[in-house]
Design a binder for this molecule. Structure first.
Ligand SMILES: Nc1nc2c(ncn2[C@@H]2O[C@H](COP(=O)(O)OP(=O)(O)OP(=O)(O)O)[C@@H](O)[C@H]2O)c(=O)[nH]1
Ligand SMILES: [Mg+2]
Length: 243
């Protein structure tokens, strides 16, 4: 998919302040510093569109960016940043949780995980929450430029091994490196397929044409993960956070 325009739309502190629900949205979520804003910029093809920082906890609001005037990328605050004041943390966790659960035009969530780390409890807990909440998501393992490919694969296998007992079918798994600009085509393919699915036969006249149905490279639409039913509600898995 070609991105011909990528424009910052607005920032919202919570769900009530979010813009109109007219366009399909794709949101980036993951631990602070995992590379959400960087990946958004790579997909948009515009450095500096979302603000990137080495300081964890940098993105504090729900930020909306309109692509091709027809769909949006949404940069969310990260979770798991210890330095955020307890009250602020609870507030943005709640705002993020509400956005993810209640936004009707949210097509798919990109749940980002650092490819260089073995499974982290916080990430597992969050993915468990996505599954339990029936929120459609794909897993994206980030920063692959920093890790040997075999280690990336081992970390992915360990992660999916942990979540496999919570769902009937694993979500789509992707890898990316914002630094090496790896993963852009695949993730734009996910978005393209999901947009086609979102509109179905009701595609508005100003939307981009639907992708070719026979395009074998096209990943399956991401609607499927939304319908995944958790087979276990986590043996001993405690959801202690607002999400
Ligand atoms: N080597 C490498 N560094 C990356 C990559 N993606 C992001 N970074 C770096 O990681 C740091 C955090 O990136 P951000 O995109 O701001 O991360 P974030 O998840 O939006 O962080 P918060 O907004 O604080 O939650 C920055 O210093 C980026 O330059 C990547 O693919 N490879
Ligand atoms: Mg950010």
């Amino acid at each position: 998919m070609n991105i011909s325009s990528a424009i910052f739309h607005c920032s919202a502190p919570d769900l009530t302040a979010c813009p109109d629900e007219s366009l399909p949205e794709f949101a980036f979520i993951g631990r602070s510093n995992v590379g959400k804003s960087s990946l958004l910029n790579v997909l948009a093809g515009k450095d500096g569109l979302a603000r990137v920082s080495p300081t964890p906890g940098f993105t504090k609001l729900i930020n909306f960016f309109t692509m091709n005037k027809t769909w949006r990328l949404v940069d969310l605050p990260g979770y798991g940043f210890a330095q955020v004041a307890r009250e602020d943390k609870a507030k943005f966790n709640q705002s993020v949780a509400e956005y993810l659960r209640e936004r009707p035009n949210l097509c798919c969530v990109f749940a980002l995980v650092d490819s260089g780390l073995p499974p982290q409890e916080l990430d597992l807990e969050f993915v468990g929450w996505l599954i339990d909440s029936s929120i459609p998501f794909v897993l994206v393992f980030t920063k692959t430029d920093r890790v040997k490919p075999a280690q990336v694969q081992a970390n992915i296998a360990a992660f999916t091994g942990r979540i496999s007992e919570w769902c009937e079918q694993l979500p789509q798994i992707h890898t990316c490196s914002a630094k090496a600009r790896h993963g852009r085509r695949e993730l734009l393919g996910v978005i393209e397929a999901a947009i086609a699915d979102y509109y179905g036969d009701n595609r508005p006249p100003d939307a981009e044409p639907a992708p070719e149905a026979a395009d074998e490279d096209r990943p399956p639409a991401v609607a499927a993960p939304a319908k995944r039913v958790p087979v276990h509600r986590g043996k001993g898995r405690k959801l202690t956070r607002p999400w």
